[in-house]
Design a protein around this ligand. Sequence first.
Ligand SMILES: *[C@@H]1O[C@H](CO)[C@@H](O)[C@H](O)[C@H]1NC(C)=O
Ligand SMILES: *[C@@H]1O[C@H](CO)[C@@H](O)[C@H](O)[C@H]1NC(C)=O
Ligand SMILES: *[C@@H]1O[C@H](CO)[C@@H](O)[C@H](O)[C@H]1NC(C)=O
Ligand SMILES: *[C@@H]1O[C@H](CO)[C@@H](O)[C@H](O)[C@H]1NC(C)=O
Ligand SMILES: [Zn+2]
Length: 418
Amino acid sequence: MARACSVLFLLASSLAVSARSWYQPRGHPVHELFNRQNVGGGVADIGSAAWTAQYPADLATASVPAAWKAAYTNAVNAGLIPNIPVTTLGTDGLAKYPEGFDALSPTVCASAQECRINGSIPQIWDATPGYAGISFDDGPVDLPTASDLYAFLKENHQPSTHFLIGSNILANPDSFKQLVQDPQQELACHTWTHPVMTTQTDDQVLLELGWTLKIIHDSTGGRVPRLWRPPTGDSDMRVCAIAYHVFGLTTVIWNYDSNDWQIGAPDATGTYTDESVTASLTGWLNGPKTPGLLMLEHELNNHTVGCFKDTYSLHKANNWISTTVSDAIAAPSWYQNSLNNTAPVAALDVAAPAPSTVPSPHTLAVTTSTTPPASAPSAATTKGSSKNASNGVSDVGPLAMISSTALLGALLCSVAFW
Ligand SMILES: *[C@@H]1O[C@H](CO)[C@@H](O)[C@H](O)[C@H]1NC(C)=O
Ligand SMILES: *[C@@H]1O[C@H](CO)[C@@H](O)[C@H](O)[C@H]1NC(C)=O
Ligand SMILES: *[C@@H]1O[C@H](CO)[C@@H](O)[C@H](O)[C@H]1NC(C)=O
Ligand SMILES: *[C@@H]1O[C@H](CO)[C@@H](O)[C@H](O)[C@H]1NC(C)=O
Ligand SMILES: [Zn+2]
């Protein structure tokens, strides 16, 4: 994950301005950025009718926005999206490939069967030694239940990562609002409807990821998450390639599964109790520091949250550096276009090329415009993006893509994955 980057760039004097450039004007106090959605200026308040109306009520009847489709088509044409068939779910609940496709081969590499992608696309299983990346999947749930966790995290000044379900954001805006108001919480993507992703067609993958990124982007002053986690840990080379080459997303799995969601669940596949899950978490938190911890936990209900709270003191007792997943895996930032929830944001539309570098306060004043996604060169077609796509380390990934209409200049950058 080493990232050595030295970037020198000059901005074109005439920047293309998007009709939707509602980002902070020059000189606007940075600390207000994260609450931009409540300031007006063309962005609907979370939970308002206007906000809700922007998102599909039913993904099954939604069509893929043209800009996302264009970015995808460019990636396909550049040979970046492997042509692997969708899986079907067996009676055991496991995704199965058709004859001739080996789930464990490097070309398919099914994460649900523990195949780890080697280099060509970013996929994370472990945290940095000594770090515990705290994460919660499946939120936001309804407010009384969600408040319990969010208040606990805030009280303890504890940064963590939330792999959010887009349709849950839409259904529980008050919970989402509370989450967004704690600047220590990293927002990441867990799909819109929580399907087993390898069963989904390419178009469905675009919808699941794109809309979830979009609702987070629209509600947080334009931040585009860097991380996504596939539901049930199910992904493969095709799904991860779409996530990365179309949306710039790094796939995050885990190295310990608490199975906390199974406590009292009607569809549980094993016997798990508050005590058994707490015992597992205790063992891992008292265990070795290498690799660092990425424990799968959920913000689903009082059982899952209770197990987290009951073992929380062990983070400190064992001297873990317990933080967001991005920080625990040494990613350069929480969002593709911003260091975190309070730092400046570079204008970026979902599925548009990411900026060449994460904005620092010094670049804020000159990164207040964006290029409309439909006309922006996609990551896949920008010169240099595909040439090293399959040799282990892509030296120019979506993060390093520059919109040619927005930037001119010299770029000296060596980026591994990020
Ligand atoms: C990736 O590399 C590891 C270690 O070299 C190996 O065990 C694994 O099978 C490889 N996976 C693929 C898909 O090639
Ligand atoms: C979970 O706990 C919170 C705080 O104790 C409580 O307000 C809420 O009703 C509980 N939720 C459920 C579903 O039991
Ligand atoms: C967010 O980034 C800013 C730098 O722009 C830094 O000062 C601040 O401490 C960071 N906040 C968190 C929660 O990491
Ligand atoms: C691909 O990567 C290798 C090693 O990182 C580099 O030497 C080579 O120039 C790259 N190829 C192209 C076409 O840029
Ligand atoms: Zn989930």
